[in-house]
Design a protein around this ligand. Sequence first.
Ligand code: MTE
Ligand code: MO
Length: 431
Amino acid sequence: MSSDTPKEPRAPGLLDRRRLLLGGAAAGGVVSSLALAPGLRAAGSPENLPPNTPDWSVYLGEGVDARPYGTPSEYEGDVVRRRVEWLTATPESSVNFTPIHELDGFVTPNGLCFERHHGGRADISPQDHRLMIHGLVERPLLFTVDEIKRFPQENRFYFLECAANGGMEWRGAQLNGVQYTHGMIHCVQYTGVSLRTLLAEAGLKPKGSWILAEGADSSGMTRSIPMEKALDDCLVAYSMNGERLRPEQGYPLRLVVPGWEGNMWVKWLRRIEVGDAAWYHREETSKYTDLLPSGDAYKFTWTMEAKSVITSPSPEKPVTTEGFQVIKGLAWSGAGKIARVDVSLDGGMNWQTAQLHGPVLPKCLTRFTFDWHWDGKPALLQSRCVDETGYVQPDIASLQEVRGVNSIYHNNSIQTWQVNPDGVVENVRLG
Ligand SMILES: Nc1nc2c(c(=O)[nH]1)N[C@H]1C(S)=C(S)[C@@H](COP(=O)(O)O)O[C@H]1N2
Ligand SMILES: [Mo]
């Protein structure tokens, strides 16, 4: 037996609490001007804490008839989509953002999927909706929604990213929150019928080389898609995450164009016209273009190239204590699977490999984490992903070399978060 005097038992494990920062009254940390997470702000009611017995352990809860359709805990009320008021003139032709800093895993809950509408949300009765397929086909067809559901079914996970995600960040750090810099993205499991099956039903004529997809909303949005993609992996979807599409996401039918910019994923889909190359050039179509420094523009940039971001710590998720932290983030590529994610703690001088949390699926969000011991010193957090084609997520300087600073779309550059000694996290641009 040791003759040593017994020591104070040391708390085992990772979370040995050292200097508590934000929100810790005992900590002596600098209190940030940022809103604290609700859990930290509200100190809670001491009568609910051990050794006392809280009410919920004493009284019966509500019965199973109280909530026929469930909603999140009332204590998660901050986990909502948000919009930036000055960004667009009206809320009908606008966008809101997914709170990606609050989510785990890779699936976006249906009620939190960002919305992008050009003419507001259409609320469509499925009985009053039809999908027409016509143009260069043998048999023009008009489908009811129920008829679409009778076709062989596909179930696949995909991310959808608006090409404008990060568009405000081209010239410099703009929006101090990952919800706003990266939140025009969601990832759900779609159920639907392969577009190839529907086109075969109508009988494609050999000259058909494009499709034009049109929505039934007030913007009547149309997008042209090359036939090769239409016959590859596109879906006409009627469900997301197991339930019917939400009205915001195109109920009762939406086009799914895996890996390609969100604008092509026509919601409230009512018409698909098959055309040839000459037809395509006559047709008024909507597309996003990428302005180049020369004044020329890329007419077609379809694939959403590999991108990643650290979602916590982030401006909304400050570091609250020194010591062990899990850095969490998301990576995705419209070209396939994510192969690797690296994390830098010093603004890109040194990189270490993060852990990927499966399933790692093609054209899908991939969750990564990186274990970090924060010593309380300033840090510059970055993530950089590589996809299965070998494509490496670029830094903003390399993107600007090609695209200049007047672009809006397709900014997939590396994001930097600066962690200050008080734990506050800020969106910064290096260099
Ligand atoms: N009919 C129709 N489809 C549409 C749009 C629209 O305004 N009307 N917006 C497009 C754009 S720009 C994007 S980014 C995605 C957004 O999909 P979401 O609202 O499900 O996030 O839908 C696309 N499909
Ligand atoms: Mo978009």
